[in-house]
Design a protein around this ligand. Structure first.
Ligand code: ATP
Length: 234
């Protein structure tokens, strides 16, 4: 589904990614873990075309997309929910979901997808006429994910969806992600909350200083003393 090989990204003099390689297979949830500044957000930004890599390749669904424009990459079936959600606060829940369907030509298809999102997220269905800025943080996160789903992505990139949420909301958001994945969408999940991410992921990667430091099945990472010490508060 997605293969990143030897990726380097520079921001001026900052060498943020230093040869990162990772892959997501169809149907997987893959967690991307690491401390602040490790390069996780940069990796997602490079995949969705928001930053241009200085070296390396990104292959999505068998095609080299390295350096392609973001809207072209999105049209190939990739949706990115950036850190901080970015819902349109003065628009209603329903209008935010409609915006997610903007690139889709078939309006009936968009209406169907919005109804499926409401089915998955009854809390949003009840609030469809409410201004998005008045939703709770967790509801806004769900709306951001729901909006990405209306585009009908094959792969969903999620940047720290648990950020700033109370533990119960974190559990609900993880449940939503697992549900979306069960319906066939692959997921690359960036998280500081390793416990939550490894609870739903199939596999995981740990990055540090722009390179991979560990990878493996989620169950193995949950038990790995290095992960426990660094990320699971062990
Ligand atoms: P966090 O969990 O704190 O979001 P992260 O793992 O997502 O961290 P990145 O945001 O990818 O890390 O940042 C990787 C490195 O690149 C950091 O050293 C950061 O300061 C630097 N960096 C990121 N964006 C820029 C930018 N626009 N200009 C300059 N340096 C940047």
């Amino acid at each position: 589904m997605l293969e990143i090989r030897g990726l380097h990204v520079h921001y001026g003099g900052v060498h943020a990614l230093r040869g990162l390689s990772l892959a997501v297979s169809p149907g997987e949830i893959v967690a991307l873990l690491g401390n602040n500044g490790a390069g996780k957000t940069t990796a997602l930004a490079a995949v969705s075309g928001l930053v241009r890599p200085s070296a390396g390749t990104i292959v999505f669904r068998g095609e080299d997309i390295t350096g392609e424009r973001p809207h072209r990459i999105a049209a190939r079936g990739l949706a990115h929910v950036p850190e901080g959600r970015g819902v349109f606060g003065t628009l209603t829940v329903h209008e935010n979901l409609q915006l997610g369907g903007h690139p889709v030509r078939d309006r009936a298809e968009v209406r169907g997808r919005i109804e499926r999102v409401y089915g998955l997220l009854p809390r949003l269905a009840e609030r469809r006429g409410q201004q998005a800025g008045t939703l709770s943080g967790g509801e806004q996160q769900m709306l951001a994910i729901g909006r990405a789903l209306v585009a009908g992505p094959e792969l969903l990139l999620l940047d720290e969806p648990s950020m700033g949420l109370a533990p119960m909301m974190v559990a609900s958001v993880m449940e939503l992600i697992a549900g979306v994945n069960a319906e066939g969408t692959s997921v690359l999940l960036v998280e500081q909350n390793a416990t939550a991410a490894l609870g739903i992921a199939h596999r995981g990667y740990v990055v540090g200083g722009g390179v991979l430091t560990l990878d493996g099945p989620a169950a193995g990472l949950r038990e790995d003393p290095r992960v426990v010490a660094a990320y699971l508060g062990g």
